[in-house]
Design a protein. Structure first.
Length: 251
């Protein structure tokens, strides 16, 4: 008699958990233990914070648990509004994590490799010295991150690189061309992955790994804005893929 009672008790417990879970997610998953998210999600689209909060939903940052407090500070466990906003500073405050000069280091807490490459660039030095250089938000946005398409990157670069200012006016079109090449290279390597045959041995695998590594290096170099270096890495990738193709065609 003990075993059936045990099964019934277990069924009751599991049913209770399921019912409680249903209540927790009855709002479509809007309720969380983070009061920043819970309160900001109720703001209207007529406010800047409201628009940004609604845009955050469904973003890559939400999917990875990057909530308001991770970048803006504050206490996400507090229920009192004043207490919840302790430590939250205006973006115009040089001490704020989202002050335009501090944005790279803030993003760099998660994107370390990209941040390191950016610190090696002239743009970073310009940003640190004069505040006139780009930061992560310039190209990727903030709450909802994105990767600019080739036409848009040309427009962004042209803000500083143009004939009127006279600072390397050829850069926007060159950046557009390199980004197009980078995109095509990514598509090419994805197509060649289908040709990969692990049964062919270590050489086959090393060619594919070499191509993938070269593409990754090219992406990182983008954050240093060294367009020529990006092209060199993509040429290396192409060489690896050619070897992979020959290895497959001639067993």
């Amino acid at each position: 008699m003990t075993k059936p009672r045990y099964i019934v008790s277990l069924f009751i417990i599991l049913s209770s958990i399921f019912i409680l879970s249903s209540f927790c997610y009855a709002d479509g998953g809007q309720k969380t233990g983070n009061t920043c998210v819970n309160c900001h999600s109720k703001l209207s689209n007529s406010s800047f914070v409201g628009v940004q909060s609604h845009a955050w939903k469904g973003s890559i940052h939400q999917k990875h648990g990057i909530t308001c407090d991770k970048c803006h500070g504050g206490n996400p466990a507090a229920t009192d509004k004043k207490e919840a906003h302790i430590g939250v500073l205006s973006s115009s405050n040089p001490q704020s994590r989202v002050y335009y000069k501090n944005i790279p280091s803030t993003c760099g807490r998660c994107h370390g490799a990209e941040f390191y490459k950016f610190t090696q660039s002239y743009h970073f030095k310009k940003l640190e010295a004069t505040g006139r250089g780009p930061n992560c938000v310039t190209c990727h946005g903030s709450m909802v991150t994105s990767v600019l398409n080739p036409d848009d990157i040309a427009k962004v670069c042209a803000r500083c690189h143009n004939k009127r200012i006279g600072v390397f006016p050829y850069v926007p079109q060159k950046a557009k061309a390199v980004l197009l090449l980078l995109r095509e290279s990514k598509a090419l390597i994805n197509a060649d992955k289908r040709l990969y045959n692990p049964a062919k041995g270590s050489a086959n695998a090393s060619y594919l790994q070499g191509a993938q590594s070269s593409l990754y290096s090219a992406k990182l170099e983008w954050h240093r804005f060294d367009l020529d270096s990006i092209v060199r890495h993509l040429e290396q990738m192409d060489n690896f893929l050619r070897k992979l193709s020959r290895d497959i065609s001639h067993p």
